[in-house]
Design a protein. Structure first.
Length: 262
C-alpha cells in the first residue's frame, strides 16, 4: 500500500508535473479568471529558476556531501550491497541488451569492488519499481551485466522482491542475515546515501557508505548557472524527491532521524 500511495502521490507532487499543470491550467483560465495570469507568471518564473539557476545543485550538495567516500584500501568487507535504480529493466529485456541509466556507477562500482575484494559477497537489491506491470525485474538484468563483467556466480546474490528503498533494505537483510560485527559496504548514489543508511540502521544493520554517482562538483562551480536545462531539471526533480522521501520516511518511522549522518 505504501508503494502504491507513493507512486500516485509523486505523479502529482513532482515539482515539474505540478508546475506544468499549474501553468497550463492558469493559461486556460486566464481569460475568465484574473488571478490566472498571476499563477501563470509564478509557474513560469519557478520553471525558469529550476533550469537557469543553481538551485538544483544547492539542494543536492548537502545530500551528496553527507557521507564521505571510503578509501578502496580499507579492510576487506564481508559483503557489498548495491541498491537498484541504475538499470532500465523493461528496455533491457525487450532489446536483450543491458541498458544503464544516469546512475550506472552503482553497477560498475559494485563490480569493481567485487574484483578488489574477491572473498566479499556482492549483493544486488532491486525488483521492480513499476506500478502496473512489474514482471520485469531489475535483478535479472543486474545478473546479466555482472556476468558480462566477469563477476563469478558464486560471489553474487540477488534480491528481486523489492519495490522501494525500504523493501530493498528489509529483503536484503533477510537474504544475507548479517551477524554482529560484520563489515558491509553500501553502494548507491551519493544523494541517496543518507536515506539508505537511515533505513538499514532502523532495521538494525549498520553499513559503511560507499557513495557513487555524484551530480554536483563539490566546489564553487555549483554556484554557477547549470548551462544544461534538461540536466538541471532532472537534478531538481531528483533532489526534491529525495528530500520529500527523507521527510516521509522519518514521519512513517522507516528512519530514526530526518537526515542520517556518519
Amino acid at each position: 500500500m505504501f508503494f502504491i500511495a507513493s507512486k500516485i502521490f509523486w505523479l502529482f507532487a513532482s515539482p515539474l508535473h505540478f508546475l506544468l499543470i499549474a501553468l497550463l491550467a492558469s493559461l486556460a483560465l486566464a481569460p475568465r479568471w484574473r488571478p490566472g495570469r498571476t499563477l501563470a507568471l509564478t509557474a513560469a518564473v519557478a520553471l525558469a529558476l529550476i533550469v537557469f539557476s543553481p538551485i538544483s545543485a544547492l539542494l543536492l550538495r548537502p545530500l551528496e556531501d553527507r557521507f564521505p567516500r571510503l578509501s578502496e584500501t580499507m579492510p576487506p568487507p564481508k559483503g557489498i550491497i548495491v541498491l537498484g535504480g541504475a538499470l532500465d529493466e523493461r528496455i533491457s529485456l525487450a532489446r536483450d541488451q543491458v541498458m544503464l541509466n544516469e546512475a550506472a556507477e552503482r553497477m560498475t562500482a559494485g563490480a569493481a569492488l567485487a574484483r578488489l575484494y574477491p572473498h566479499a559477497l556482492l549483493v544486488f537489491s532491486g525488483g521492480s519499481g513499476a506500478l502496473i506491470d512489474d514482471s520485469a525485474r531489475e535483478a535479472d538484468v543486474a545478473r546479466k551485466l555482472w556476468r558480462e563483467l566477469g563477476v563469478p556466480d558464486s560471489q553474487m546474490r540477488f534480491e528481486d522482491r523489492s519495490h522501494n528503498k525500504f523493501e530493498n533494505a528489509k529483503f536484503t537483510q533477510e537474504l544475507v542475515n548479517p551477524r554482529q560485527g560484520e563489515s558491509w559496504l553500501l553502494v548507491t548514489s551519493a544523494y541517496h546515501m543518507p536515506r539508505s543508511i537511515g533505513i538499514f540502521r532502523a532495521l538494525g544493520m549498520e553499513m559503511r557508505a560507499f557513495p557513487v554517482d555524484y551530480r554536483t562538483l563539490g566546489d564553487a562551480g555549483d554556484w554557477r548557472p547549470p548551462g544544461d536545462a534538461a540536466r538541471a531539471a532532472l537534478n531538481f526533480e531528483t533532489a526534491a524527491r529525495e528530500w520529500v522521501g527523507l521527510l516521509v520516511y522519518r514521519l512513517t518511522g522507516k528512519t530514526r532521524t530526518l537526515l542520517p549522518a556518519p
